[in-house]
Design a protein around this ligand. Structure first.
Ligand SMILES: Cc1cc2nc3c(=O)[nH]c(=O)nc-3n(C[C@H](O)[C@H](O)[C@H](O)COP(=O)(O)O)c2cc1C
Length: 180
C-alpha cells in the first residue's frame, strides 16, 4: 500500500476531548489556523472567520451553553484554546460543509503537530433566535448574518483511544453497491 506523511496523519488522527494542562505553542496554533485558512470552499469564496478563544471565562460560558446540544463539552473548559469557525458565506447554502472542511483540515494539522482536537456542532439548521448558535454568536461578538458552525477545542492530548474502524472492504464498492 502506498504511504506518506499525509496519509499517515489521516489514518492516525483521532478525536481528542481530554487535554493536558499545557498551553498550545503560538507557532503550532498559527499552523493549525493556517490549515483552516487554506481550505477549499464553494465558488472559491473563502468564507471563514476564525475566533480564537483563550479567555477562561468565555470558555466556561461556552461550555455551559453547549451542554445543551452535545455531550463532550468539557473539552471546551479544559482545552487551552477553542477555535470558533464562523462562515460569512457568499450567498450559498454551503456553510456547514465549509465549516466542516476547515474543521477537518485543522484537526489533521493539529494531529500532525502532536496536538489533538475535536469538533462540536453548534449551528442551528433553523437559525432560531434562541438557539445555542445564536447565543454563542453573541458571546463571540459575531454579526447576525454570519453563521457559527463548529467549535474546535484544541490542546495537547491526555488520552489514548483504540482504533474502532469498520473494515475497509466493507465500505468500498466498485461500479455497484454490494460486494458479491
Ligand atoms: C461532522 C462532525 C461533527 C461532529 N460533532 C461532534 C460533536 O458535536 N460533539 C462531539 O463530541 N464530537 C463530534 N464529532 C467527533 C466525532 O464524534 C468523532 O470524529 C467520531 O467519534 C469518530 O472518532 P475519531 O474522530 O476519533 O475517529 C464530530 C465529527 C464530525 C466529522
Amino acid at each position: 500500500m502506498l504511504d506518506n506523511e499525509l496519509l499517515k496523519t489521516i489514518r492516525e488522527r483521532k478525536m481528542v476531548f481530554k487535554f493536558k494542562d499545557e498551553p498550545v505553542e503560538e507557532e503550532k496554533l498559527n499552523a493549525v489556523l493556517q490549515a483552516g485558512y487554506w481550505s477549499e470552499s464553494f465558488g472559491d469564496c473563502e468564507p471563514w472567520q476564525f475566533v480564537v478563544v483563550e479567555d477562561p471565562e468565555l470558555k466556561r460560558n461556552l461550555y455551559e451553553l453547549t451542554k445543551r446540544v452535545t455531550i463532550y463539552t468539557a473539552g471546551i473548559k479544559n482545552a487551552p484554546v477553542t477555535v470558533a469557525i464562523a462562515i460569512t458565506g457568499c450567498g450559498t447554502s454551503h456553510f456547514i460543509e465549509e465549516g466542516a472542511v476547515a474543521a477537518h483540515n485543522m484537526a489533521l494539522a493539529a494531529h500532525s503537530l502532536g496536538l489533538g482536537a475535536y469538533w462540536l456542532d453548534v449551528y442551528d439548521l433553523e437559525n432560531k433566535k434562541d438557539s445555542v448558535e445564536a447565543e454563542a454568536k453573541k458571546m463571540l461578538g459575531l454579526p447576525d448574518d454570519v453563521r457559527l458552525t463548529y467549535l474546535l477545542p484544541l490542546g495537547h492530548p491526555d488520552q489514548e483511544r483504540e482504533e474502532t474502524r469498520a473494515k475497509f472492504d466493507d465500505v468500498v464498492h466498485y461500479n455497484k453497491y454490494g460486494n458479491e
